[in-house]
Ligand binder design. Sequence first.
Ligand code: ATR
Length: 280
Amino acid sequence: MINLYEKKTYAVFGNPISHSKSPEIHNFFYKLYNLNQKYIKIYLSKKNFLRNISFFFKKGGKGANITLPFKEKVFPLCNKITNRAKIAGSINTLKLLKNGTILGDNTDGIGFLSDLLLKKIVKKNFNILIIGAGGASRGIIYPLLKFGCNIFITNRTFHKAKILSKEFKKFGNIESITFKNLNKKKFHIIVNATSAEISNKIPLIPENIIRKETICYDMYYKERNTNFMNFCINFGSNNVFNGIGMLVNQAAHSFFLWNNIFPDVKKTIKFLTKKKKKKK
Ligand code: ATR
């Protein structure tokens, strides 16, 4: 077999892909640990995407991250799938195994929980409100339930929240709650897992559920504050975070799967945020 790559090569596949920070993150990990590897981004057309990912592995690729809109669609490529990927219903990491077969995994959920733990902002029995009932929410529910948190899930289209809570009930305390009833509960953490930011909007939750001590976390990451973050700051939260920590932590878990080394996440976040400041 021809090897296209002179170094051990990894890639992130998506459509669009130009915005992806994964190459910066993984190439920084390689520098930290002096590894002769490279990580590239590959735009994938929506036609023949399975064949194109297979081609990457056939030509010497060792592992890949998969991002939108393919995460739910790469199951047919995998000979083995981890439990957490099966439960999330999506795959963000592929690994070429020694016998030439492919393992599918999902590090989004564990990356999110790792970030909360690293920031020391989560405890067992915390009430966590997740806003949104799409792929992003689905990815984080299982690790949070396993950790021992109580999940409340709300969504603009309420029946989707109901379906998700029913599906995950067997793993822990989870219930669906309407926007209207949100002010009847107290939440330690509020997570925005909607895609509202893409259309420059915020989910219309009542502002009085946000207190000074409420931890508000937007899974969405962009260099400036998101609309949701500004909303939470305006209504008094002192603990507002964007998704950079989750992004680096999910990358760290993928890197661990590929290299058996857990990288220094704090250093990597520092590197990324410093770069951002320099650009300004
Ligand atoms: P993803 O895979 O990124 O989670 P998705 O599956 O399209 O994307 O889900 C997007 C989520 O964001 C949904 O929960 C959606 O709510 P609906 O189910 O009602 O569509 C939510 N969402 C998107 N725009 C929103 C907005 N402006 N306000 C509130 N929720 C929004």
